[in-house]
Design a protein. Structure first.
Lengths: 249, 538
């Protein structure tokens, strides 16, 4: 009995360490697209815990129940080496599980990567070594970061709440990646390519953005900040940027 | 000349010129393990730097060189070559052959590997104009002439290239040996599972390494001959490099896993006193993994926006099934057996099962494109692949050493020390890498020497670094055990574990051409059959 507890306790601790609420430690997303990812995460985690639980139980049960005891007769016990129905079952069930997981994941992927024909705001993001240039081409506003250092928090951009912002992402030199952990989303910035995706913020706040693709010396400090604010505050911020001369003209 | 007198020379020159597959196998394993110690020391530097926020003692550029070398060494110079060493040593013994099919080619493979390894080491810290510090997958344009002008990257290309050629030659050699040199009675369906896995591994080596050589050569053209292959300013496309690289990269994952699936599949039946459950299914699953592993490469590229995510996602989910099947084979083998699990070889095999399962289920998680949008290039991913490679393959490497060391040297290692080594390594490993899942979820990208101090990254990083200390103690215990057992270990005899496959039918260490006589081969366990004729299936 005590052996059982010893075996089960670490697993329970591990579970407890990563579960707060329903998201199993995953950040609760601040965008509509990110929330779809949280849904997928929840399903995958439940599947992972159930499957891993069954397999761990099988391993630990075998080890404990069938350990060699001093009272065992010497030599070999019953030697079975195949059981076709069981083998078919443990092949078929995982296939069904992965079909389900694939469909859930595929469905979410389509929503997350959907590009609306008429986004509310367009943001052209250009990564460079080591900083970011953000341009709102329709509004004529540009934000460029000073060269990245540890002390420099990076440029700040504002996105309007509950509006669709289309991001057009590219790089001026090496490969970088745009990652806002609170949006649960990243995309590579590749020179010679433009990657498009949409962000629809649903929660007010200021979030940290980082470069996720290793890009050289100041990779760790290539940060930026994204604030999602009400459309009125967004308009105010745009006007402010124009006033300080952060414009394309 | 030992060949004519029958006296076996043991001096250093005889090792340098040997074509004996057993000696080459041991040289592979020892050299690879030395690289493990170097790569592990580099990992120690990484975790020391990351123990606290802010820069501790490394400049970012130094740090970049350290993790580049760490990754390159562990992947190309440790795990895969250690597997090659085991294949060299075991395949001829397990099939009842006197040596590999091409002994001189075999020696060539080893020396290519050793030479490539030396070049990689030099690429890191002895290079004019800057060492290799572009990450182990060397993406252009960062690895191109403008952003990495030093000769470090060139040395790295040559070093990895030599290691790649070595793997291809070994693959050809193992395949020829396994297909053409089996002893009478050793049909394909009686091959030990390790040899089956060696066959599929070798096929992958032959298929996957040529694209790496192409990628590395094109990179060299771009760097030194104005090739403009990947540079968009010259009309190139950096994504092409990623396709070529990961077309190697993902089969390489299985080149680093399959031999070690084979290792635990040899060990578990012996210590459970049961034959492998579902032999045929296991072999078919291994072949399926081999086939699918060349069709999943772009799951490393979901965030590039340049690949068909649903297709590669579906392929990646599929490959989880044959891997999952193996867990049921292992459980079915232990089920109803008489398991002696206190032996270090079995403990490390069980450790492999427990750790690799975490790597497996997180593998399904990152196979989902939407989840990978968050986890790609984060510490979650770092932890995922360390659970498969370190918690999986490296634990199986320790199991293999405890299991076959007596065969290689004729002496036993000490079980008590082995259990301590396992306790420290298992605890330290999980302390190091479990917190990294949390770090990844909280938004810590990989390959950074520094992180902010205000977003709950400090405690997981500190725990993770502490885990390395525990692991290091385990490695030191292991090294002490290994070093002393070589000379003063208890003599092992030919068959210390009541073994099943053919290598336990010859002396320890085996004579120059392996067998003075072969037992009759009537099943997958010929050695066991001679000891227990009552167990032979009718």
């Amino acid at each position: 009995m005590r052996r059982w507890l010893l075996a089960v306790a670490p697993a329970m601790l591990a579970l407890a360490s990563c579960s707060d609420g329903t998201t199993f430690g995953f950040p609760d997303a601040a965008t509509e697209q990110g929330r779809r990812i949280v849904d997928v995460w929840g399903v995958f985690m439940i599947a992972a815990i159930v499957v891993a639980g069954i397999v761990y139980a099988g391993i630990l049960w075998s080890l404990l129940r069938y350990r060699r005891r001093r009272t065992d007769p010497e030599g070999y016990g019953h030697q079975f080496h195949a059981n076709v129905p069981i083998e078919i079952a443990y092949t078929a069930v995982p296939i069904l599980i992965i079909i389900g997981l694939f469909l859930i994941s595929y469905d979410a992927d389509r929503d997350i990567r959907e590009l609306h024909p008429d986004p509310d705001v367009v943001l052209e993001a250009t990564a460079f070594s080591w900083g970011w240039r953000f341009e709102y081409p329709e509004l004529g506003v540009v934000v460029v970061s000073p060269p990245a250092t540890r002390a420099e928090p990076g440029p700040e951009i504002v996105l309007p709440l509950d509006r669709i912002t289309r991001v057009r992402l590219t790089s001026a030199d090496v490969i970088h990646a745009f990652w806002v952990p609170s949006f649960n989303f990243k995309m590579d910035a590749i020179p010679g390519r433009t990657n498009e995706f949409e962000l629809t913020p649903v929660e007010e706040g200021t979030y940290r953005g980082v470069c996720a693709e290793f890009c050289g010396i100041q990779h760790a400090y290539m940060t930026f900040r994204v604030t999602s604010a009400s459309p009125a505050e967004f308009d105010g911020w745009i006007a402010e940027q124009r006033a300080v001369g952060a414009t394309t003209g | 000349m030992s060949v004519f007198t029958g006296v076996r020379s043991t001096g250093p020159v005889s090792w340098l010129t040997t074509t004996d597959h057993k000696r080459i196998g041991i040289m592979y394993c020892v050299t690879a393990f030395a690289f493990f110690l170097i790569g592990g020391a580099l990992a120690g530097l990484i975790r020391t730097e990351l123990a606290r926020p802010d820069l501790q003692f490394m400049e970012p550029n130094t740090y970049n060189g350290v993790f580049t070398l760490h990754g390159t060494i562990m992947i190309f110079l440790f795990v895969a070559p250690f597997g090659a060493g085991l294949m060299n040593y075991l395949v001829p013994l397990q099939i009842g052959a006197p040596d590999m099919a091409f002994p001189r080619l075999n020696a060539t493979s080893y020396w290519f590997f050793a030479f490539g390894g030396v070049l990689v080491l030099f690429s890191g810290f002895a290079s004019q104009g800057g060492g290799a510090s572009m990450g182990w997958y060397a993406y252009p344009p960062l690895s191109g002439p403008r952003w990495s002008p030093g000769i470090g990257v060139d040395l790295w290309i040559f070093g990895v290239g030599f290691a790649a050629i070595s793997t291809m030659l070994t693959g050809i050699n193992v395949l020829t040996t396994a297909f053409l040199m089996r002893a009478p009675g050793m049909t394909m369906w009686r091959l030990p599972i390790f040899t089956w896995n060696a066959i599929v591994t070798s096929l992958l080596g032959v298929v996957a390494f040529p694209p790496l050589l192409v990628a590395a050569s094109l990179l060299l053209f771009e760097r030194r001959l104005d090739g403009l292959v990947f540079d968009p300013l010259g009309g190139g496309d950096p994504v092409i490099y990623q396709h070529l690289f990961w077309f190697l990269g993902h089969p390489e994952v299985y080149i680093m896993a399959l031999p070690f699936f084979g290792v635990v599949t040899e060990i578990i039946p012996v210590f459970s006193r049961k034959p492998l459950f579902g032999y045929v299914g296991f072999v078919l699953a291994t072949m399926t993994i081999g086939a699918y592993s060349v069709g999943v490469w772009a799951h490393h590229m979901y965030t590039t926006g340049a690949v068909n995510n649903p297709f590669f996602s579906a392929m990646s989910f599929v490959i989880a099934v044959p891997t999952g099947i193996k867990f049921f084979n292992w459980i079915g083998t232990m089920w109803g057996g008489r398991i002696r699990w206190s032996h270090p070889a079995m403990l490390f095999s069980v450790g492999f099962l427990l750790n690799f399962l975490v790597g497996g289920v997180t593998g399904v998680i990152v196979a989902s494109a939407p989840l990978d949008y968050h986890f790609n290039d984060s510490y979650f991913l770092v932890s995922h692949f360390h659970y498969t490679l370190m918690g999986g393959s490296v634990f199986a490497i320790f199991a293999a050493i405890y299991f076959w060391f007596p065969k290689m040297t004729g002496r036993l290692m000490r079980e008590r020390l082995g259990r301590w080594a396992f306790a420290f390594l298992f605890t330290g490993f999980n302390l190091t890498f479990w917190p990294q899942f949390v770090l990844g979820m909280r938004g810590m990208p990989r390959r950074v020497p520094d992180y902010p101090s205000d977003i709950d990254l400090e405690i997981p990083n500190l725990v993770s670094s502490f885990g390395v200390v525990i692991m290091s103690i385990g490695v030191l215990i292991f090294l002490w055990d290994w070093w002393t057992a070589r000379r003063s270990g208890t003599p092992a005899g030919p068959d210390p574990w009541d073994g099943r496959s053919l290598e336990w039918s010859t002396s320890s260490p085996p004579p120059e051409h392996n067998f003075t006589e072969l037992p009759r081969i009537r099943s997958v366990s010929p050695t066991l059959d001679t000891k227990h004729p009552e167990l032979v299936p009718p």
